[in-house]
Design a protein around this ligand. Structure first.
Ligand code: FO1
Length: 328
């Protein structure tokens, strides 16, 4: 009797989340090539960064994970599509449309098709399933909720919508607080709850613990579903040697009262979500923090977590599966 493929659920935000999901998909393909069962991979994606641009719904984190797993991601930026052209954006600029959130021509097709499906009555989950199937994505991509949740950050200039803060203002503002507009009337989708209850392993990608992982955990019922799942929860640090590899996670840790270190992220998870995270993956550069992480009640795992290329991604995915995937 062949062993069943291992159901692995990843909670992911943008680029860091996409890279780890890709690493697990590559590790799964390698297992299958060696005659092993591989993974049944699900990625629960943050939708708090979503916004409307030119009348279209844009879901940056869903798109970044989708493009990365389809091998279509722009390798330089990590977001958007590779081999992109900007004719539509240039024409929109001539019409005076706001183009600070840059949408390339190939990327635009995604927003046109997703918005058409939503207007036809499909849920974001259904629209995402159609887009990912068309692109041959080797994983199930699930928006955290089908109801809109929008991350906002409080700054000296007041509350800002996420992409205003992140892109238009280049995430230079100090973040004083984070809120998730619409979370109270949002719920995890049935597909998300189903994936969590059937998971053999749950991985928090190296995404921002406040505005990516934190937003997913802010959906009422999500934390309970994670705590009720029989699977172990393994979180990968988004901070290596005191800095975020991209984005504002390090400065947010400082301004929101934590410490911009890998141990600081572990402490944030332990304080904010007691008992949720079973193991914490640190980069070799932070091996010295392993004991501190252990003292927080999380089993430390030290390995290379910087994903410069596909080999790094697969190595990290395989190392996590090796250590925390149940023996198959
Ligand atoms: N990030 C930028 O810094 N500038 C942009 O113009 C930009 C456009 C964009 C378009 C589509 C998309 O899916 C992502 C885009 N991003 C851009 C990145 C995006 O702001 C971040 O990836 C996430 O919101 C943070 O995880």
């Amino acid at each position: 009797m062949t062993a069943a493929s291992l159901p692995v659920v990843v909670l992911a935000g943008g680029v860091g989340g996409a890279k780890l999901a890709h690493g697990l998909a590559l590790a799964s393909a390698a297992e299958r090539a060696a005659g092993a069962p591989g993974l049944d991979l699900t990625v629960i994606v943050n939708t708090g960064d979503d916004l409307e641009v030119h009348g279209l719904l844009v879901s940056p984190d869903l798109d970044t994970v989708m493009y990365t797993l389809a091998g279509l991601a722009n390798p330089d930026t990590g977001w958007g599509v590779t081999d992109e052209t900007w004719s539509a954006s240039a024409m929109l600029e001539r019409y005076g449309a706001p183009v600070w959130f840059r949408l390339g021509d190939r990327d635009l097709a995604t927003h046109v098709e997703r918005t058409r499906r939503l207007r036809a009555g499909e849920s974001l989950t259904e629209a995402t399933a159609a887009l990912t199937a068309a692109l041959g994505v080797p994983a199930r991509l699930l928006p955290m909720s089908d109801e809109p949740v929008r991350t906002e950050v409080e700054t000296a200039d007041g509350w800002l919508e996420f992409q205003d803060y992140f892109v238009r203002r280049g995430h230079r503002d100090e973040v004083l607080a984070v809120r998730h507009r619409g979370a109270d009337s949002a719920r995890p989708t049935a597909a998300v709850l189903n994936a969590l209850s059937g998971a053999g392993l749950i991985v928090f990608a190296p995404s921002n613990p406040f505005v990516s992982i934190g937003t997913i955990l802010a959906v009422p019922g999500m934390l309970d579903a994670l705590m009720a799942s029989p699977a172990r929860v393994v979180a990968v640090s988004p901070i290596v040697a005191g800095a975020a590899l991209r984005g504002p996670a390090d400065s947010m840790l400082q301004s929101l009262g934590g410490e911009a270190t890998a141990a600081g992220v572990a402490a944030h998870y332990a304080r904010r979500y007691p008992g949720l995270v079973d193991a914490f993956v640190l980069d070799t550069a932070d091996a010295g923090a392993a004991a501190e992480v252990g003292s927080l009640g999380m089993e430390p795992m030290v390995t290379g977590t910087v994903m410069r290329d596909e080999r790094d991604r697969q190595a990290l995915g395989a190392a996590i599966l090796e250590r925390y995937g149940p023996a198959r």
